[in-house]
Ligand binder design. Structure first.
Ligand code: UDP
Length: 234
């Protein structure tokens, strides 16, 4: 399967058409952005790490019965995916306090949450992805009640699978962002699951191994991504 026309270029990925109208190619770039693209840079080899990590995780989730857009990994930076209509929501799952939740609540980063927290953000760069409630989602027709319920159930299932998956690799799954898409087969888990959109800490030392190293200039950015690659793919 070869890439043809580029149909979308985002901050970290490019989508191409293929000869099959139902399939797209998702290409992973090394470009990195943070704080709504106010900070820009490159993380050497990030695209290769993210393509491999995302492929392995989607394959794992598929074996556990989660339907995803993943078809197969084509090469170092490209995966074949099912074409979906992305639901314009960023679904954030949290197991520990970090990032914007720490700011919003004043709770210390790293505090374990008593249960899985699901948050909803409206996926709109111009608005800075504002947090929304289920009522906003329904009233502004971003998704139906049925879709919200299905997405929430799926997100919690994914979390129940991924927490022990990362634990086995001595990684703490602190929080992460999921996206879902509408497809004739139903709602599919889409986008990516990578250190770009997950907070992943070393389970013992709590050292950050994700995009926070880039966001906050913590150094050893490539090393963080490499650690995740080795523990998940290697
Ligand atoms: N996240 C993401 N894309 C976004 C916003 C958040 O992938 O546009 C991920 C982020 O990497 C983290 C989780 O969602 O793992 C929660 O992010 P948070 O709300 O704490 O925002 P941040 O502190 O990253 O601004």
């Amino acid at each position: 399967m070869k890439a043809s026309e580029k149909i979308y270029e985002g901050k970290a990925k490019i989508l191409y058409r293929t000869e099959d109208p139902n399939l797209l190619i998702q290409y992973f770039k090394d470009d990195a952005t943070a704080f709504n693209a106010q900070k820009k840079g490159t993380i050497q080899n990030k695209g290769v790490v993210n393509c491999a990590v995302s492929s392995v995780i989607f394959e794992f989730l598929e074996t556990k019965g989660i339907k995803t857009h993943f078809v197969k990994k084509l090469d170092d930076r490209q995966m074949l995916i099912k074409k979906v209509e992305i639901i314009p929501l960023e679904v954030v799952i949290r197991n520990y306090v970090a990032g914007s939740l720490a700011k919003r609540t004043g709770k210390p980063e790293g505090e374990k949450l008593p249960e899985t927290l699901v948050e909803w953000y409206y996926k709109d760069d111009a608005l800075g992805d504002p947090m929304v409630t289920k009522d906003h989602i329904r009233i502004f027709k971003l998704a139906t009640n049925d879709e919200i319920a299905k997405v929430e159930t799926l997100a919690k299932k994914v979390n129940d699978l991924l927490v022990p998956y990362f634990e086995q690799r001595e990684i703490l799954l602190v929080d992460y962002k999921l996206e879902f898409g509408r497809h004739p087969e139903g709602i599919l888990l889409a986008d990516e699951i990578t250190p770009d959109g997950c907070r992943l800490w070393d389970a013992k030392t709590r050292e950050k191994m994700d995009k926070d190293r880039f966001r906050f200039d913590l150094g050893k950015v490539e090393e963080g991504y490499k650690q995740i690659y080795e523990r998940v793919v290697g």
